[in-house]
Design a protein around this ligand. Structure first.
Ligand code: PMP
Length: 437
């Protein structure tokens, strides 16, 4: 009897438990590299988060919200955003986008930009729809498109190294206009734009955005504009919002992240801003999945935004101060990498920097015909043997194109001076060992 029972139980368990849409999506670069960094790294310049504190005005706002006597802040708030937060986001983005925004219909608060992205794909993409992704891209776009039943179509930024031997800039990575145009057809539902771009730090120019906008209008395509690094632009560059270009407001969802904006990535507060005709469908996804986001974090972020609205463009504004601080850190890491021969590509924005590892290849032998791109093995070797964590650039490419760019790794420079110095010490020592061997 027992034998019969266990046999039949076993038979029942042989059926696959996972839904088909999960196929091929079980591996995740961040899970893998976060584990490696936790196990081996002495200095972690891998995943994108600051190791310096969030600003005092923000953490104080959180403390006030937590223990300030309004016990209702411990309860549910409105599904699509805590009223003070959607109100100030509507004012703030209304100013940036040059239009009146309705807090209830033009703004939705999400669990980080990540959930805003997920809502976009679930709400807008159907079986058979194509979604254009510009390579290299923040890796979650691809599985999210596929989980919605869509087909990602890739178009690369192509590097044009400067001829004068100068360091490359992220601006030297450009779209080929004809190639981009060739990806648009009657099946194209949306294009994802990420400016400033993770991982390169490219800040798309008005001309480049104009080209994308023209194609979107011509082919009636939607634009999911991931602008989480909107305040992190350097050298006097300007971040241009594609939703402000002619014909684009009605077809664009602009996504932001308070985590990136206020150096508090663990709070996971993000948003989508756009026309009601698009946002109403994001609300349908949101109300049937997450429903609402943590009230206290939203209350504190609302206060952070009220402060920034008041100080807009002034030297005391955090959105003015943060890029200034980060530009110094960028320059420092650029100089450090350049001095050891790990050629950096100077980013115009974000807190990432991509560097060329070609001169270090002799230390990490290639394995011919391996499935794993060289830069991935290099990054794993580096964290295990040198204690320095970074992310391989190939992680930001589709499977078919992963092996086109395998000589680069990405560093995050939103780090304390001591962390960047410790990274420099590792690199300098490594270079000395190379020179003496
Ligand atoms: N988009 C991009 C381009 C990112 O780099 C990140 C975070 N690394 C996100 C979205 C997700 O942001 P959040 O932490 O607010 O979910």
């Amino acid at each position: 009897q027992t034998h019969f029972l266990s046999h039949s139980l076993q038979a029942k368990m042989s059926r696959p438990v996972q839904a088909r849409r999960l196929e091929g999506k079980d591996k995740n670069i961040w899970v893998e590299f976060a584990k490696l960094a936790a196990t081996y790294s002495k200095v972690n310049l891998g995943q994108g988060f600051p190791d310096f504190p969030a600003p005092d005005f923000l953490t104080e706002a959180f403390s006030r919200a937590l223990s300030g006597g309004n016990h209702m802040l411990h309860q549910y708030t409105c599904a699509f955003g805590h009223p003070p937060l959607v109100k100030v986001l509507a004012q703030f983005f209304g100013k940036l986008l040059g239009r009146d925004l309705d807090p209830m219909t033009n703004v939705m608060v999400t669990v980080g930009a990540f959930q805003a992205l997920f809502c976009c794909f679930q709400a807008l993409v159907d079986e058979g729809d194509e979604v254009i992704l510009i390579e290299p891209f923040f890796d979650c776009y691809e599985p999210m498109v596929k989980m919605a039943g869509g087909t990602p179509v890739f178009v690369p930024l192509r590097p044009n190294p400067p001829k004068d031997g100068k360091l490359m800039s992220s601006a030297d990575w450009q779209l080929d206009p004809a190639e981009l145009a060739s990806k648009f057809n009657e099946r194209t539902k949306a294009i994802v734009l990420n400016s400033p771009n993770n991982p390169l730090g490219k800040v798309f120019s008005r001309g480049e955005l104009g080209l994308i906008a023209e194609l979107c209008v011509k082919h009636d395509v939607l634009c999911i504009s991931d602008e989480v690094y909107e305040w992190l632009v350097y050298d006097g560059k300007q971040h241009i919002r594609i939703a402000t270009l002619q014909g684009m407001w009605d077809r664009t969802l602009t996504i932001g992240s308070a985590g990136k904006t206020f150096s508090a990535t663990g709070w996971k507060v993000g948003w989508a801003v756009g026309p009601d005709r698009l946002l109403q469908h994001l609300r349908t996804v949101h109300q049937n999945s997450v429903y609402l986001c943590a009230t206290i974090a939203q209350e504190a972020m609302a206060q952070g935004f009220q402060r920034e609205l008041m100080l807009y463009g002034k030297p005391e504004s955090y959105f003015v101060q943060l890029p200034k601080e980060l530009q110094k850190k960028r320059d420092w890491l650029v100089q450090s990498l350049d001095s050891v021969g790990m050629k950096p590509i100077i980013p115009e924005g974000t807190y990432f920097l991509v560097a060329d590892i070609s001169q270090f290849k002799s230390d990490v032998p290639d394995v011919p015909n391996s499935d794993e791109p060289y830069d991935s093995r290099f990054a794993k070797w580096m964290v295990k043997n040198k204690g320095l964590a970074a992310i391989p650039l190939s992680a930001f490419y589709s499977k078919a194109h992963k092996n086109n760019y395998t000589n680069f790794i990405r560093f995050c420079f939103a780090k304390e001076e001591a962390t960047l110095k410790a990274a420099n010490d590792i690199l300098q020592k490594w270079k000395e060992e190379k020179n003496s061997s």
